[in-house]
Design a protein around this ligand. Structure first.
Ligand SMILES: [Zn+2]
Length: 85
């Protein structure tokens, strides 16, 4: 057991929805900012540009099931290959 300080207990199980953040807009490689949930630095960004760890966003969503703050990427309608340069 670790004594890590957390704003709320981690929630796992069937009620938890995982976010899909594959888009590069969720990753700022230039700047870490304090996560809005746990206050530790993160390069990750929500769709709104809020700095937040993906797991923290998932925790937040689980704790606030009626609010829409952190959402998954929209599924691409057409299958396009993303070539890596
Ligand atoms: Zn966090």
């Amino acid at each position: 057991m670790t004594a890590a300080r957390q704003p709320h207990p981690p929630v796992t199980g069937p009620g938890r929805r995982l976010l899909v953040w594959r888009d590069s807009c969720h990753f700022n490689r230039w700047e870490d900012k304090p996560c809005v949930v746990c206050d530790r630095p993160t390069p990750l960004r929500s769709h709104r540009g809020e700095p937040v760890h993906k797991v923290c966003a998932e925790d937040w969503n689980t704790a606030h099931p009626t609010e829409v703050r952190f959402v998954s990427d929209a599924e691409p309608k057409s299958r396009t290959k993303r070539d890596h340069a």
